[in-house]
Design a protein around this ligand. Structure first.
Ligand code: SAM
Length: 360
């Protein structure tokens, strides 16, 4: 496979695509949003003891507020990153970066990492630039985004649509707080999180990781219970047995207690569906509203799952899930259990997790 570099100097300060020729057409045709140009960005860059640089809120930021929006400076197809030998690849990457307009080049080079390869390897997100087509997978480098440090319980969400990366506040943030994302799956146990973070060469000292042996054990126990409930719920719905919506409520409470704010959309969705299945209107509507709000934060205003949850909140009795559990118990085969299980699955949105970030 041959790889080339293609430049679009006009896209939000410049974009270089390093890819095979089949993708050349997309460089000028990406649907992209303009970078949010802040007259006054809600953060500033500061040196953080033991972490290099980081971004600090310079004012209070409201839950749901867009904090940053960017398109990549560099897109590198998976192929060259995985296939080329080290020396050829580094040379190729350096030439690609030198094609960027000067200012964009400088911001790329300010990213963490001793050389261009490490900068790409440690700061990129996986993107698919041409739908699900072959050769579509690329690593996207967003130099401004790469200034966010990690926290296992971050105060920011992020999402990527086409090639636009958007960062949103997961809760109200006060001036002076560090702005953080999670690089890994925050539902892993503390030991597993630390081991995943070895790839970035640091030990996490976030509030949960430094809560002491007792605090860590309590947190790990909640995470284990989260996984146990999630596995159990899938089996319960698939088996068509009695629906116990209390498990949905417990799941939400566990995510909230753990401060896993970037995963709440799917927890609320599950609780809403379970309460709807047993025709508990009050709880179904309450969780569906919360699910819709969280889905908009996590997946954007047009998110299909947010609309589905708004539908459940507004017209619960017309939703496919309404009373499915109670009818099943009475032997009325309105919706086959396996079909219901599939729907619970399909409305369970895979929260974009930062293990999406690429590591070596
Ligand atoms: C994506 S960069 C984040 C920005 C980086 N601090 C900088 O100065 O450009 C990732 C690197 O930042 C540092 N880092 C991020 N989060 C950290 C944390 N919670 N504790 C210590 N170091 C951290 C690690 O060196 C990590 O490999």
């Amino acid at each position: 496979m041959e790889y080339c570099t293609f430049l679009n100097p006009h896209m939000n300060g410049g974009l270089v695509l390093l890819s095979s020729e089949v993708n050349v057409d997309v460089i000028d045709a990406f649907p992209f949003e303009r970078t949010l140009v802040y007259e006054a960005p809600p953060f500033y860059l500061q040196e953080m003891p033991g972490k290099g640089f980081g971004l600090i809120a310079n004012r209070s930021i409201l839950k749901g507020e867009v904090v940053m929006k960017n398109t990549p400076a560099l897109l590198v197809q998976f192929g060259p990153h995985l296939e080329l030998d080290g020396e050829t690849r580094l040379d190729f990457y350096e030439k690609a970066v030198r094609r960027l307009p000067k200012e964009r080049q400088d911001s790329f080079m300010r990213q963490y990492g001793e050389d261009v390869f490490v900068k790409i390897d440690r700061n990129s997100f996986r993107l698919f630039i041409n739908g699900e087509r072959k050769y579509s997978g690329h690593l996207g480098c967003f130099p401004d985004v790469s200034k966010f440090n990690h926290d296992c319980r971050p105060n920011l969400h992020y999402r990527i649509a086409n090639i636009t990366h958007t960062v949103i506040a997961a809760r109200n943030i006060t001036a002076g707080e560090e702005l953080t994302v999670s690089y890994i799956d925050g539902t892993l146990s503390q030991a597993d999180r630390q081991s995943r973070l070895d790839d970035w060469g640091f030990k996490c000292a976030c509030a949960v990781c430094s809560a002491g042996a007792e605090g860590i054990a309590a947190s790990d126990a909640r995470l284990e219970r989260i996984h146990e409930i999630e596995d159990g719920l899938e089996k319960m719905v698939a088996a068509g047995g009695a629906i116990t919506p209390e498990l949905g409520a417990e799941l939400v409470a566990l995510y909230e207690q753990e401060g896993l704010l970037t995963y709440l959309g799917h927890a609320y969705t599950r609780a809403a569906l379970l309460f709807s299945m047993v025709a508990d209107e009050e709880q179904a509507v309450r969780y569906a509203r919360q699910a819709a709000e969280a889905m908009v934060r996590e997946h954007g205003p047009g998110a299909g799952d947010a609309k589905a949850m708004m539908g459940l909140a507004d017209r619960p009795r017309e939703h496919w899930s309404w009373g499915v559990g109670t009818r099943a118990e009475k032997g009325e085969d309105t919706v086959a259990p396996t079909k219901a299980a599939g729907k619970v699955q399909s409305e369970k949105v895979e929260t974009l997790r930062m293990d999406n970030i690429v590591f070596g």
